[in-house]
Design a protein around this ligand. Structure first.
Ligand code: G3I
Length: 343
């Protein structure tokens, strides 16, 4: 009796059904093994890291609040001080520096393995009173000293600095701030060169809002960055604040990021929040995240706060966690978009 003859063979159609089922099972197993969901991360920072990116949050002085700190620890891989590193907070009096708020955040980040964005060295807003009265070279020296001392204090600890914040108007002209009026067009280049000398390692960023597509303002910034890159002015990054609404038109958002990236700089979404709620809000968050992960040089996204509860625009519930630190629909949209980039 041969080994095969002792068993009755199943009828042909049964054998076929078994073969098909087995093939299906194998295909399913293979799909699971290689599908993005197989490596899907369950935190924003973890999901972003799969494609070599960070996902951060602006931090206000609420680290003593358990839910705030646990959410920040779990979800975010980068932090930025919402206010503690601004000029009014760090140099309240001429050449008298106060780094306590920023130092606390940098220490927290180091303890929890997170990177740090610096915000912001030179801005027309939140200047201490003594700066606003300065003119001509006194203002130039004060700006240079501020950049040198603050960037110098944090040198080697900041991944990216917002060196200059919000220097352009909607029509692409320069904002007529005290800095522009007193120092002329060269003040932005001056600020970047000073920052480079103070912290050679940090990515040096220009940061602004209303640049969420190709428009007169982003065109003007594009021309400036192109000129800087051509002349060797040390700029490494452009920040897109992206303070948005649920009906924001993002039709040229990705193209805009890509054209800046094509200049050889990183692009970063630096202050993302989206007024609104539900699916409309989630869709905007999804589009922004998908645009960033589609652009190789978009190396990270920062939302402008941990929870709606403490948002500067709290009434619009713009963030990914609600007042009770529950994940919102927008959270799931962002996580899915980050995980899909991992594949
Ligand atoms: O620290 C003082 C406190 O001592 C005082 O009692 C209190 C009441 O007057 O004010 C506190 O300072 C406030 C500060 O936030 C810290 O809470 C300022 O008044 C307030 O104007 C400041 O608002 C910040 C705003 O920048 C300043 O323009 C917001 O929190 C912050 O979210 C917002 O962030 C900016 C970015 O830096 C740049 N891009 C736009 C974005 C939104 O405006």
């Amino acid at each position: 009796m041969t080994h095969g003859s002792s068993r009755r063979r199943a009828p042909r159609r049964t054998r076929t059904a078994i073969t098909v089922a087995a093939a299906g099972a194998l295909a399913a197993a293979a799909a699971l093994a290689f599908s993005p969901t197989a490596q899907a991360a369950d935190t924003l920072g973890g999901a972003a890291a799969q494609s070599g990116r960070y996902f951060g949050a602006a931090v206000a002085p609420h680290l003593g609040e358990a839910d705030y700190e646990s959410t920040l620890n779990r979800e975010f891989s980068s932090v930025v001080a919402e206010n503690a590193m601004k000029w009014d907070a760090t140099e309240p009096s001429p050449n008298q520096f106060s780094f306590s708020g920023g130092d606390e955040l940098v220490a927290y980040a180091k303890e929890h393995g997170k990177s740090v964005r610096g915000h912001t060295l030179v801005w027309h807003a939140q200047q201490p009173g003594w700066v606003q009265g300065l003119t001509g070279d006194a203002l130039r020296q004060a700006m240079r000293n501020h950049i040198t001392k603050v960037a110098g204090h944090y040198t080697g600890q900041i991944d990216s600095w917002d060196v200059v914040n919000e220097a352009f108007e909607w029509d692409g002209s320069r904002r007529q701030s005290n800095l522009q009026k007193q120092l002329g067009d060269g003040w932005i280049e001056d600020a970047f060169r000073t920052a480079k000398a103070a912290d050679p390692k940090a990515k040096l960023c220009y940061n602004d809002y209303g640049t969420d597509g190709i428009n007169a303002k982003s065109d003007a910034i594009y021309r400036m960055v192109k000129d800087f890159r051509a002349r060797g002015v040390p700029i490494d990054c452009v920040g897109f604040q992206s303070h948005l609404a649920s009906n924001s038109d993002l039709g040229t958002y990705r193209q805009n990021l890509q054209r800046f990236a094509d200049l050889g700089v990183h692009v970063q979404i630096t202050e993302l929040d989206v007024g609104g709620s539900g699916t409309a809000q989630a869709n905007v968050y999804r589009q922004v995240t998908q645009a960033c992960v589609a652009v190789a040089r978009c190396n990270g996204i920062t939302v402008w706060g941990v929870t709606d509860k403490y948002s500067w625009r709290a009434q619009e519930t713009p963030l990914l966690f609600n007042d009770s630190y529950q994940k919102k629909e927008a959270y799931g949209a962002v996580l899915a978009a980050l995980n899909s980039a991992a594949s």
